[in-house]
Write a protein that binds this ligand. Structure first.
Ligand code: HEM
Length: 121
């Protein structure tokens, strides 16, 4: 169920994933302008990596071991940034909120919970 929910949401975004990611960053920087300086000016590569990562999470949510090495690597990439648990919460909230809007037709508490669960990384 868990995996189906995530997969269904992510699949429904096919063809809109870059748009989704662009919206996500736009909102993140609007709400937390201080994050902007952490990111490179040119966000395209960053956005592709994000899309790739969330595709992995959506596909392997029930077999997280398969993608754990990658998640660990991503975790390392964040160490030098000096971000804390609250920053991660902010990031997740904006991500899930943006996703919820694009999946508005069927979005509900269950979907929201499933994504919160999957992003406890
Ligand atoms: C659940 C939380 C998060 C996820 C899933 C996530 C995901 C990612 C991914 C997949 C990458 C690319 C890693 C690579 O180079 O291969 C990345 C890089 C990065 N993330 Fe995050 N991130 C999260 C939280 C945050 C937060 C809270 C911040 C800052 C406020 C942040 C800032 C950055 C920056 C600055 C980079 C590197 C950009 C660069 O110099 O290439 N991330 N993140």
């Amino acid at each position: 169920m868990h995996m189906k929910t995530l997969n269904a949401d992510w699949e429904a975004l096919a063809g809109q994933r870059m748009e989704f990611t662009r919206k996500f960053y736009q909102r993140l920087f609007e709400r937390y302008p201080r994050y902007q300086e952490l990111f490179p000016q040119e966000l395209d590569t960053q956005m592709e990596k994000m899309v790739e990562m969330f595709s992995g999470i959506a596909r392997f949510a029930d077999h997280i071991d398969i993608i754990r090495p990658y998640l660990v690597e991503v975790g390392f990439a964040h160490r030098r940034l000096g971000i804390d648990a609250q920053d991660v919460e902010n990031f997740k909230d904006v991500f899930i909120e943006t996703l919820g809007e694009l999946c508005a037709g069927w979005w509900n508490e269950e979907h929201e919970q499933a994504w919160h669960q999957a992003l406890r990384i």
